[in-house]
Design a protein around this ligand. Structure first.
Ligand SMILES: [Zn+2]
Ligand SMILES: [Zn+2]
Length: 140
């Protein structure tokens, strides 16, 4: 017995008696009925194929890639704006002086102390999201 639940037809199938094949198969994404070959091989599926056709998979991964880039970029802009808004600023620091100096960017907080961007964003976050002051409660 090699029981597996099929994510496509929602049935428990016994793979030891033979392969469980859906051909043709309806794509869960685009709803198109396509031959089994149009679906990527997927060993963990009861029927050995993905339930989303390869065309949809390709479209989706391209879309997610674009989406990720956009999100990252937006996040970066947001961070930059936020830091500026809270009085943080980037300064260029000389790491190795000389005829060919090496610089790096350092983030300074409003007091002029160098902080990491992560720390700055955490501080901004906690400044914008005040926590209820519950330190006075007795600890048992
Ligand atoms: Zn099935
Ligand atoms: Zn599809």
């Amino acid at each position: 017995m090699d029981l597996k639940s099929c994510g496509y037809c929602k049935e428990m199938v016994d793979l030891s008696v033979g392969p469980h094949i859906h051909d043709p198969k309806k794509c869960k994404q685009c709803g198109e009925t396509l031959p089994a070959e149009a679906f990527h091989r997927w060993p963990s599926s009861a029927d050995g194929r993905r339930h989303v056709c390869s065309q949809c998979v390709a479209n989706e991964s391209a879309a997610t890639r674009v989406q990720r880039v956009i999100e990252k970029d937006t996040q970066f802009r947001d961070d930059k704006e936020k830091l500026k808004e809270h009085g943080y600023r980037w300064v260029r620091r000389v790491v190795e002086p000389g005829p060919d100096p090496v610089f790096r960017w350092a983030l300074l907080d409003p007091q002029g102390q160098e902080v990491t961007k992560e720390q700055a964003l955490r501080d901004i976050w906690s400044a914008e999201n005040p926590q209820p002051d519950d330190f006075d409660y007795p600890v048992y």
